[in-house]
Design a protein around this ligand. Sequence first.
Ligand code: HEM
Length: 210
Amino acid sequence: MTTLADPAQADRTLSARLKQETHAIHDALDNRISALSPFLDRAHYARFLRVQLRFQTATAPLYERDDLQQRFPGLLERSRVDLIEADCRDLGIAEADIEADRTAGRAVAIEDGDAVIGWLYTNEGSNLGAAFLFKRARKELDLSADFGARHLAGHPDGRGLHWKRFKAQLDELGLNDAQQDQAVRGARAAFAFVRESVEAVMAGGLACEW
Ligand code: HEM
């Protein structure tokens, strides 16, 4: 007789673990951002952009690392730091604010070892979820892939396919349980950093010109 494994335990691939073990923190972040009405008007959206600038700046050095480029072919082309900077300029965010966000992003201490894999996961996954945000930015704020919402746009090959390729790369790394634990810790740290940035920038922790 065959016994069916507990479905919650069945999929121990790295991508499945990352998704399951960040589910609650993602949900809380998503609810928090939504409650701060990023699409109410362009001023609210500009604050959301500043959060994204912090996150993209924090993760940008990972995309440039040779060892990570070898483990994730095509990694450098996935970086969205240039797109978010252009979005911030499109929206007229003050240079002083851009510089402050860059400084905050660079100040993040990312744990070394396989935690960096989790930071990449959180950033790449955020582009998958961005489909919905992109639609709202276009509809409600008249922004586009060429103005103001560049970093939310999908990849020309298709957002889903682009994500599938990254997930396959994650699962082909062959991490053991302890290494996977470290990656999950990194993913959770990335979500925590974004949450902290939301509180600082969108919820009024910092003075904002808008
Ligand atoms: C209001 C804000 C957000 C909403 C509404 C949202 C929504 C979503 C949705 C609907 C998906 C699933 C997409 C799909 O399966 O086709 C998703 C995936 C994801 N999002 Fe978000 N998201 C938000 C913000 C964020 C932020 C700020 C981050 C990270 C910094 C993030 C990280 C992720 C990750 C890692 C995934 C991939 C989950 C997986 O399949 O492994 N999201 N998001």
